[in-house]
Design a protein around this ligand. Sequence first.
Ligand code: PMP
Length: 355
Amino acid sequence: MKHNFGAGPCILPQDVFKQAANAVLDFNGLSILEVSHRHKDFVAVMDEAIDLVKKALNIPEGYSVAYLQGGATLGFTIAALTMMRDKKSAGYINTGTWASGAIKEAKKVGVDVNVFASSEDKAFTYIPKDYSVPECFDYVHFTSNNTIYGTQFKAIPKTALPLVCDMSSDIFSKEINVSDFDFIYAGAQKNLGPAGATLYIVKDNVLGKSTSPFMPTYLDLKQHIEKESMLNTPPVFSVYVSMLNLRHLLANGGVKAIEKKNIAKAELLYNEIDSNPLFSGNVNHEDRSDMNVTFRLNDESLQNEFDTMWKAANIVGLPGHRSTGGYRASLYNALPIESVQVLVDVMKEFTRIKG
Ligand code: PMP
C-alpha cells in the first residue's frame, strides 16, 4: 500500500476506487464507459452529482451547479467571459502560477486586468493582506489555495464586488459560505474525483449578462446550466466517480467532519517541520495551506539520502513542483492521517540518523 502525497490527480477513498472499478464492468448490465450520456441511468447520475454538491456545500437557493470539461484552465476563460460587464475591467490577486494563469487568460478575452495585490515580491510565499479593493471593477478574482507554493487564504478578500474564486485545490476540504461568491470553479482532480470534469457553482443572476463581444457556445455557462450539464457529451466517468466520492463524503460526516481531519493532518506535519532542525517550511506560518504542505531540507546535500528513506517507506508524490523544488506533501481529503504519520516518522528517523 502506497502513501500518495501527489498534488492531483490524487488519492481518492479506496471504497470509491472499488465501486468505480465495479461500474467499469457492470453499470446496470453495461459498462459505465459504454453507457449513453442521454440514457436515463446516466441522467440520474448527473442529477445526483449536482445535487450532492449542493448538499455538501449547503448551497443556497439562487445558485446553479454544472460539470464541464476543460479543467480549471478553461475555467480561467469562462470566469472572465461570464463576469465581464460594461467596465470590462477586473481586479485580480496574484498568489502564484495558477492566479497568473487566470490573469493571462482574462486579458486574452479582453478584460482590463488590474493586479491590486500580489505576493510575487517574495516568490509567492505569503498571502497578500495589506490592501483595499478598489471598487471600480466588474469583479474580483482570487485563487483560494495555492497548490504549488502551499499558501491558502484563511479569509476571503473583503469587497462588495462580485467575487470569483478558483477553488481547485481546497474545495470540499473545509466549510465555505457559498453566498459570499458569485462564481466558483474547480478542476475535479483533487477532492472531488478523477481528472476530466470541472465544477462550476454560479449565482443564477450573473448568467446572461456578459458584455463580451464573442461567446463561443461551449464557453457559455448559461447554456450549460440550461441544458443541465448535457449541452454536449459530459465527462461521464469523471462525473460518475465524483458522485461516488460525494456520497462517501456525505456518509462520513460531510465537509464539517473532513475539515477537522484535514486540520489534524496539517498540524501533525507542520509541527514536525517546525520542530525538526533539518527541515524548514517554505511559506509564512499564518498563510500555510492545509492541503499542500511545502518544505525543504536546510542542507540540500542530504536530499538523496532523505529521498531514499521516504521511498523505502512506500511514500510517493512528495517532490515539490518543478518550479519550486523541495518537497510538497498534499494532504487531500482521502489521505489518511496514518500516511502523514508515516512521513513524520521518516523525518524523525532521518534526523536521528543524521543528528
Ligand atoms: N488552479 C489551481 C489552483 C490548480 O491547482 C490547478 C491544477 N493543479 C489549475 C488551476 C489548473 O487546473 P487544470 O489542470 O484542471 O486545468
